[in-house]
Design a protein around this ligand. Structure first.
Ligand code: FES
Ligand code: FES
Length: 188
């Protein structure tokens, strides 16, 4: 039996007829045809499916789509909506490209969305806050050092954009060296 729900994804509002079992990830990929969020574990454990729900990161594979009526969903494809600059890419996306923080790329949606959410709350997170934020996101390829570099570059790019705005505060980004021994949780 289906129910009708109105879902707002990246500013696009659609009314859908869904069963209670339909996950938000399923709806994003199959109804909205947005494939940025990935299906990894399907159990809320790997972070590959992360999206923002009202700017809070959430694992879309375990969220019932019927439960997001009235909420604002932002996916990887919609990050430009959070970025008022001329660059169509969000500074975090630009940083991950410039840092070449990828091997297979399957985890990157989650890493990027978690970084965006972190920087929305705290423009200058510490190294420990970055590690804590990403510790629940798995990278099977072991690209952790490059991902950490990308997050630190994201801080710099975000601050650069803010400093370019009139009356914005100018604060230097963290330049602490990376440790080659750093590990994010769940790698194997
Ligand atoms: S696919 Fe959602 S947390 Fe792994
Ligand atoms: S780059 Fe392959 S899982 Fe992270």
């Amino acid at each position: 039996m289906t129910q009708t729900v109105t879902i707002n994804v990246n500013g696009q509002v659609r009314a859908l007829h869904l069963t209670p079992q339909a996950s938000l990830l399923h709806v994003l990929r199959n109804d909205f045809e947005l494939n940025g969020a990935k299906y990894g574990c399907g159990l809320g454990e790997c972070g590959a499916c992360t999206v923002l729900v009202d700017q809070t990161p959430a694992r879309s594979c375990v969220i019932p789509a019927l439960g997001v009526q009235g909420r604002t969903i932002t996916t990887l494809e919609g990050l430009s909506l959070l970025n008022a600059q001329a660059d169509p890419l969000h500074p975090v996306q630009r940083a991950f490209i410039d840092a070449q923080a990828t091997q297979c790329g399957y985890c990157l949606n989650g890493m990027i969305m978690m970084t965006v959410a972190l920087l929305l709350k705290n423009a200058q997170p510490s190294r420990q806050e970055i590690l804590d934020t990403l510790s629940g996101n798995l990278c099977r390829c072991g690209a952790h050092v490059e991902i950490l570099k990308a997050v630190e570059l994201s801080i710099q790019y975000t601050m650069d954009l803010q400093s370019a705005k009139p009356k914005a505060d100018v604060v230097n980004a963290s330049s602490a060296p990376l440790s080659p021994t750093l590990k994010l949780g769940g790698s194997s």
